[in-house]
Design a protein around this ligand. Structure first.
Ligand code: JFZ
Length: 440
């Protein structure tokens, strides 16, 4: 069907900026704002639900919530230290919450007083982070919540002409804020939209279409996630004809596509995951309860994402004072150390065509050279790994990615190769396979 505000382009983008985003594969998500201060508790009561939803969980009205502005001193906040942590993690890009659902802005927006400029910390957190990360070669994307609990003109649904007028004012406010962000920070590489699921937003597909155009006009090559978009019929992520809107699919949340589901490899996508069960902002209760995921579980998710042609955006929720919790530093060290020696099977890699999902882990392939990697994330108790080769191929050589040492393997039959791995290893083992065509 003909659409006015559907997908703006067909198929994958293949320009420089998008190629780099695809190549980077691993990003750091940062949720930081006023919610990082109470960290899930209010008046002595701890609410298990996500820390950034505390105003809803504890029934805190916008005026009382805005009082937290006076507590945002963030003495430990050091943009250079944050950027260096992201580099140690092995993240190649970062997505930072410029404005979350509570409406508080981490940059000194000229369109509202509810910003970092009104806090004891003052200044411009977004600007400082853009500068620090960019200086380290880490590209910055800005997270922007369209949903806004602070703005008086926000509406969940439109049920009167007054609602419509109010919401139109809200949408121009949000549009001006986005224009401001793109103008102030021309080095950012993209925008990550959220809070777009309400009826009011879905009824304004044209607005989302215009925002995508504007951002790409102001920042040529800017990358926009699919979560921004709705078409004129209210279809989200994909338009009413099924075409992906925005530049990559961002609907996977706190879950990854199934490892055998190759259909997802047809388009670009990114999954976001958070280390605690369900909180994105720092939650002190979750830290005490130690319900967060093990670093190796997250590492496996990264490998899985890459094997399916996607990116992983791994969330960090710094504390209100600007420091990172020990469980997040563990994640940095484990993933960073592994990626430092095994990054070849992640960066620049994607799905390995013709290689079926094996029970012991994942295959990835370098998108440029075609080199195939076998990444063993679930080492069998036997230590024996069987590789099922694509038809008419043979393995010529296998080496351990971390050490470069050759790995002996046995050819079992036409399609099967076996090798032994170190059963004692607690970290995933990656092997580079030199594969050649057999012409028999
Ligand atoms: C949203 C936010 O509400 C949350 O605070 C966090 O910022 C996260 C990254 O995004 O939460 C969502 C968004 C989408 C889904 C679920 C939670 N979803 O599509 O299932």
């Amino acid at each position: 069907m003909p659409l006015m505000y559907g997908a703006q382009s067909e198929g994958r983008r293949d320009d420089e900026t998008m190629r780099r985003f695809r190549h980077d594969r691993f990003g750091q998500f940062i949720h930081w704002g006023l919610y990082s201060i109470p960290a899930g508790s209010w008046n002595g009561v701890t609410y298990d639900y996500a820390a950034e939803f505390l105003p809803q969980s504890a029934g805190i009205g916008p005026a009382r919530w805005a009082g937290l502005v006076d507590d945002f001193a963030a003495p430990e906040f050091d943009p250079e230290a944050w950027a260096s942590l992201a580099a140690d993690l092995g993240a190649r890009y970062v997505t930072v919450t410029a404005k979350h659902h509570d409406g508080f802005c981490l940059w000194p927006s000229s369109l509202t007083d509810f910003t970092v400029a009104a806090t004891p910390r003052g200044r411009d957190v977004i600007g400082e982070l853009v500068h620090a990360y960019t200086a380290r070669g880490i590209a910055v994307h800005l997270y922007y919540s369209v949903l806004d609990w602070h703005h008086p003109d926000w509406r969940y649904a439109i049920s009167s002409s007054q609602d419509e007028e109010a919401f139109d004012r809200y949408l121009s406010y949000a549009g001006e804020q986005l224009r401001e962000l793109a103008t102030r920070y021309p080095n950012v590489r993209g925008f990550w939209f959220d809070g777009t699921w309400d009826e009011s937003v879905k009824a304004n597909g044209r607005w989302s279409w215009e925002i995508e155009c504007m951002l790409k006009r102001l920042i040529p090559g800017a990358i926009v996630n699919s979560r921004l978009r709705a078409d004129e019929h209210g279809a989200r992520h994909r338009d009413s004809n099924g075409a992906l809107m925005g530049d990559y699919f961002s609907g996977f949340e706190r879950r990854l596509p199934d490892p055998w589901d190759r259909t997802v490899t047809a388009e670009d996508w990114e999954a976001c995951v958070t280390i605690p069960q369900n909180s994105w902002g720092y939650h002190a209760g979750a830290e005490v309860a130690r319900t967060h995921k093990h670093p190796l579980e997250l590492l496996e998710q990264l490998v899985q994402a890459v094997s399916l042609g996607g990116n992983l955006l791994l969330n960090f929720g710094p504390r209100g004072d600007g420091s990172f919790a020990p469980f997040e530093k563990d994640v940095v060290h484990t993933l960073g150390a592994w990626l430092e020696t095994n990054g070849a099977c992640i960066y620049g890699c994607g799905p390995a065509d013709g290689w079926d999902y094996p029970g012991w882990g994942y295959y990835t392939a370098d998108a440029e050279t075609g080199a195939v990697y076998a990444v063993v994330t679930r080492i069998p108790v036997s230590g024996a790994i069987a590789l099922q080769l694509p038809e008419r191929t043979r393995v010529r050589n296998a080496t351990a990615v971390a050490t470069g040492r050759p790995v002996p393997f046995a050819v079992r039959d036409d399609r099967t190769v076996r090798f032994e791995v170190d059963r004692a290893s607690v970290i995933p083992l990656a092997f580079a396979l030199e594969v050649e065509q057999r012409d028999d």
